[in-house]
Design a protein around this ligand. Structure first.
Ligand SMILES: [Zn+2]
Length: 339
């Protein structure tokens, strides 16, 4: 099926022309008939900037509603960038799962949908599945590059990072590593592909032939000046690197290139209780080093359980809330990439 066939299947549409010259702001309309509003639609903000020929770029945040740095940084970019500043076409979707963002949640309050586990979507599915279907089949085809700005959200915090899955051939990976270096987050990492079992935005981009990069900018439900600066400076540097943004950009910053492997990179709660971290973000740890204690507040006379790392590495990600259930991710590591 052609792109227009998929677009015709979708109930969503953009109320601005996504291909015209100049700057336009508007909404993706998601029809949603509810008690309060019989014929209403959910307004997902969308912006287009175009100035002649050049790369076609899609920038997205709010795939998870409670990850804020990307949403703020894309808002700043929308207000500050004019068509004369670019060559090519830039489409910005700052809060892709808008109902989740409005609720301050990872998932949508309408259908509990995690957008980044809903691709390739379903045009007749739940609201989140319909958004995923529109993004993969109506929006993504025709872009050269896509960016998906995540953070750790309410339950996790990251060293501000940029990432890409290991997708495609050596030439493609070289392009992506060049983008990660241009973005210049303190850490960059290559993740195993496909992330999220093929249901993530990066897999959707890969299926549609679009080169894709993501971030984990911080998290904990917070925004800091440090994480916001990583986001904003990185966005400008990488947009210039791929030839879209014209004019001066912030000076380059070094990134530590790392990678993520399998399950031994992760530490999970072995029981429900209270999580006491024994290391912090940025620490270098070794195999069998104690990572956390789980305290049992139902039975405080029971000795806490000590969990250990299964391998050496850099502490890239850490759980934020102390309350935990069996199976919650407490830490994950990264190891330096052998280029
Ligand atoms: Zn996320």
């Amino acid at each position: 099926m052609s792109k227009s066939d998929f677009a015709a299947m979708s109930r969503l549409f953009a109320d601005i022309d996504l291909f015209a010259e100049g700057k336009a702001t508007g909404f993706l309309r998601v029809p949603h008939s509810v008690h309060r509003s019989a014929y209403g639609w959910i307004p997902i903000p969308i912006v287009r900037l175009k100035n002649g020929d050049g790369p076609n770029v899609l920038m997205q945040a709010g795939n998870h509603g409670d990850e804020w740095e990307g949403q703020i940084a894309l808002g700043n970019l929308i207000r500050r960038l004019e068509p004369k500043d670019i060559k090519g076409r830039l489409v910005i979707l700052p809060s892709a799962n808008f109902p989740a963002a409005m609720a301050g949640q990872r998932t949508s309050p309408i259908d509990d949908g995690n957008l980044n586990r809903c691709f390739p979507g379903n045009p007749d599915g739940s609201i989140t599945e319909q958004i995923a279907h529109y993004i993969e089949h109506a929006l993504l085809p025709g872009f050269d590059y896509s960016f998906d700005f995540h953070s750790g959200g309410s339950s996790l915090a990251y060293i501000p990072s940029a990432l890409a899955p290991r997708h495609g051939d050596a030439a493609r990976m070289k392009t992506v590593i060049g983008m990660l270096k241009a973005f210049g987050a303190p850490v960059s990492y290559l993740a195993a592909a496909p992330q999220g079992g093929g249901r993530a935005f990066t897999s959707a981009s890969f299926r549609q032939g679009v080169i894709s990069m993501g971030t984990e900018l911080g998290g904990g439900g917070l925004v800091t000046q440090q994480s916001l600066k990583v986001a904003e400076d990185g966005m400008r540097r990488v947009l210039a690197h791929i030839g879209l943004l014209q004019g001066p950009v912030p000076p380059p910053t070094p990134t530590r290139l790392t990678e993520l492997g399998g399950e031994d990179y992760y530490v999970y709660a072995s029981d429900g209780g209270l999580f006491e971290p024994l290391v912090e973000l940025g620490d270098m740890v070794t195999k069998d080093q104690p990572a956390a204690r789980i305290h049992f507040h139902h039975t405080p006379w029971r000795e806490p359980e000590t969990l250990a790392f299964q391998r050496d590495g850099l502490v890239l990600c850490k759980r934020i809330p102390a309350r935990c259930e069996r199976g919650d991710c407490l830490f994950h590591l990264a190891t330096d990439l052998k280029e």
